[in-house]
Design a binder for this molecule. Structure first.
Ligand code: SF4
Length: 219
């Protein structure tokens, strides 16, 4: 499933293919273009092969091409939606160039389209360079999963392939992204994280000059 809406319901019903989403007025459309991710979070829905293959967000036929994604979009009027969210079952910036190409093409038709990126914030390590300038004019909001109040806990939770440097890297990414993107937020999940740790995360975000968003827990 490449384009979908989120219903707020638990489990598979929580994700609805855009084709089955009815009237799109005011809705967020989620874009899922890759299965790849530099992490293997302990809480991720893709921990086992079975979990992956049974999930409708797993791209069973491989990654869609730019043309295929644009073809899917061509059936809908994006003037009526709230926001486009690059998110999905993998890390969107694993396909940085293709994601940018899709946004550029859509913005030709919809110059006022609001676009958000949900990311683990490790793109600069993936590419070995600062990619944040490429976010300019494309994303209105970048939402980075902070996950933890320190580097050890972050690594324990995400099992990032980049090791202990990952936590510093996502914080740098947030600061660098602020130069190019109007809204940069970091997120943690309510209830999963105790209040004292949320407080520490709040301070970290304050120091970085970004907003902390405490996402509601959905099991
Ligand atoms: S960063 Fe997201 S997609 Fe990647 S393993 Fe963690 S939860 Fe899953």
């Amino acid at each position: 499933m490449v384009l979908y809406t989120v219903t707020g319901k638990v489990g598979e019903e929580g994700y609805l293919d855009i084709a089955k989403s009815g009237d799109l007025t005011g809705k967020n459309i989620y874009v899922n273009m890759t299965n790849k991710c530099p992490c293997s979070c302990v809480f991720c829905l893709r921990q086992t092969k079975k979990q992956q293959e049974n999930n409708t967000l797993w791209l069973k036929d491989g990654e869609p091409s730019i043309e295929e994604v644009l073809e899917l979009f061509s059936k809908y009027d994006l003037n009526i939606i709230n926001e486009l969210v690059f998110c999905g079952f993998g890390e969107p910036l694993e396909r940085l160039e293709d994601v940018c190409a899709v946004i550029d093409s859509l913005k030709n038709t919809y110059p006022n389209l609001k676009v958000r990126l949900n990311t683990i914030g490790l793109a600069n390590l993936i590419y070995g360079r600062d990619v944040t300038p490429e976010l300019e004019g494309r994303f209105d909001t970048v939402s980075i999963s902070l996950n933890a109040p320190d580097e050890n806990e972050f690594l324990e939770l995400t099992r990032s392939r980049y090791g202990i440097q990952s936590y510093a890297a996502i914080k740098d990414f947030a600061v660098l992204a602020k130069r190019y993107v109007p809204h940069v937020v970091m997120t943690v999940v309510d209830k999963v994280m105790p209040e004292d740790k949320i407080k520490r995360c709040r301070q970290i975000c304050k120091d970085l000059g970004v907003t902390l968003r405490v996402r509601p827990f959905e099991n």
